[in-house]
Design a protein around this ligand. Structure first.
Ligand SMILES: C[S@@+](CC[C@H](N)C(=O)[O-])C[C@H]1O[C@@H](n2cnc3c(N)ncnc32)[C@H](O)[C@@H]1O
Length: 289
């Protein structure tokens, strides 16, 4: 619910504080701007010309929900939650954080954020995504989540130094903005797919692989804003995928869009009923410079 996180939200036009009006059917800022709350419970916080991208479409979000609900990425969710817990423990030893405030950027269905909120007593979370389809899931993924549609590439509608931990799972980042909104001692937890991720699916289906150097580029972009806060952790584990899960994995990623639906269906048909694949990703923790 947006009321849980209202004090960390900011007017995207000028950064001023927001509060709920008319029984939280809209948010109004100190400077007089008004943002309607959708009946599904999320708010779009964008200024000027609005949002330039749409993010994941309805089919991608549904496929992601189907895939993640089968627990195939459970080791990823455990690792992300563990890293956030560690980051908060470090921060809490520096100062008192009774009610940690989390932000997940590109939060999708809220699978990761809701797991973390369940695991960390008293925490509350902002689930931010540019996709309205994702926002609908986010708004109902956990009682302590507030769902916001915003573009991570623009000024984030979040107050300065208000967030204890930011997480980004396979989604875009904005290091300058992360530096601005991190509370003292706060950290950014980033999970990035690594070369080899689900490669067993790529060859038979002809879908794109993970490009090399993703993590190096992240550190280059973060230069001057964020720095490494802990040793990175490489995660790799096997997954048994049935046909429904393979179809969902393909549908939730943009990598198969260059193949026609008919061709992809023919290649899917030729696959065995179950496949053993390997997940590869790297978990990094960063802090403000
Ligand atoms: C690969 S999905 C990952 C979703 C989620 N983190 C997960 O792993 O289940 C990337 C997400 O980032 C969102 N996204 C893409 N561009 C964005 C942007 N500029 N600002 C905010 N979210 C964005 C998409 O809509 C999508 O939900």
């Amino acid at each position: 619910m947006l009321s849980h996180i209202i004090d960390v939200l900011a007017d995207p036009a000028d950064g001023s504080a927001l509060s709920g009006a008319d029984d939280f059917t809209r948010l109004v800022s100190e400077s007089g701007h008004s943002y309607d709350v959708a009946k599904q419970g999320y708010v779009t916080l964008a200024s000027g010309a609005g949002l330039k991208h749409k993010g994941d479409d309805a089919d991608m979000v549904t496929a992601r929900e189907t895939y993640l609900s089968k627990g195939h990425f459970a080791p990823f969710v455990e690792a992300v939650t563990g890293a956030i817990q560690n980051a908060l423990d470090n921060a809490i030893s520096q100062e008192d954080v009774p009610e940690p405030t989390l932000l997940e950027v590109g939060a999708g269905t809220g699978y990761y954020l809701s797991h973390t909120l369940d695991s960390i007593d008293g925490s509350r979370g902002v689930g931010l995504d540019i996709s309205p389809h994702a926002a609908r899931h986010l708004a109902k993924c956990h009682p302590r989540v507030g769902a916001v549609i915003a573009d991570v590439w623009q000024t984030l509608p979040i107050r300065d130094e208000s967030i204890n931990a930011i997480s980004v799972v396979f989604a875009p980042r904005n290091p300058a903005e992360f530096q601005r909104i991190l509370a003292p001692g706060g950290q950014v937890i980033v999970l990035t797919p690594q070369a080899g991720h689900l490669d067993e699916l790529r060859e038979p289906l002809g879908i794109l692989g993970v490009e090399e150097g993703k993590v190096e580029r992240m550190y280059d972009q973060a230069e001057g804003f964020l720095e490494q806060a802990a040793d990175p952790v490489n995660l790799a584990f096997p997954i048994q995928l049935d046909k429904e899960s393979i179809a969902a994995q393909v549908a939730m990623s943009p990598s198969a869009r260059h193949i026609s639906a008919e061709e992809l269906a023919a290649r899917m048909e030729a696959l065995p009923q179950t496949m053993s694949v390997t997940a590869h990703a790297r978990l990094d923790r960063l802090r403000a410079v």
